[in-house]
Design a protein around this ligand. Structure first.
Ligand code: NI
Length: 170
């Protein structure tokens, strides 16, 4: 894997539509990938980024709700289990630029993952953090906000989706 060649991927790139593969070993290439993903996320003012969004089909994502490098948290081979009620709120995605759409997510979830040092951790999440975890987890399962759109939203955003399908990256 050539990390220098990693670029943000846009819908409908195939890597965004496939279930990602587990990370087998946390080595320098994974650490470099995380550095690169952090740069991409912060440059684009995102709060989260999954490896497929950097063109790499691995089960790994990062989150920084504060949008700072110091607060970047790394989730390797994560599992996210949802609980409680559903809630609808507007979401965007760096890989689907120009589209903001309401997405139903669970209000609470629990994440279990491995960190960059190889340690396993678990956290309970709610609110925005729970929403971002579910959004990023979707990415490693091959789903984007486009997959979550209803018919009405697809009609509202048809021009932009078409532009992306035609390869008119921003
Ligand atoms: Ni996204």
């Amino acid at each position: 894997m050539d990390i220098e060649k990693c670029r943000i991927t846009y819908y409908p790139a195939q890597v965004l539509a496939e279930r990602a593969q587990p990370v087998e070993k946390i080595d320098d290439s994974i650490r470099q990938l995380v550095e690169k993903m952090t740069d991409i996320m912060l440059e684009n003012k995102g709060v989260g980024l999954a490896a497929p969004q950097a063109g790499v089909p691995l089960r790994l994502f990062i989150i920084s709700i504060e949008q700072t490098k110091e607060n970047v948290k790394v989730y390797i081979n994560p599992t996210v289990t949802t609980t409680g009620e559903l809630d609808s709120a507007e979401e965007g995605c760096l890989s689907v630029p120009g589209v903001a759409t309401k997405v139903r997510r669970y209000k609470k979830c629990k994440v279990t993952a491995t960190d960059l040092d190889g340690g396993e951790f678990s956290e309970e999440a709610e609110g925005l953090y729970a929403r971002v975890l579910q959004h990023e987890y979707d990415h490693i399962e091959g789903l984007t906000i486009v997959s979550r759109m209803g018919q009405t939203a697809r009609i509202i955003h048809r021009r932009q989706l078409k532009a992306l399908q035609n390869g008119n990256d921003p």
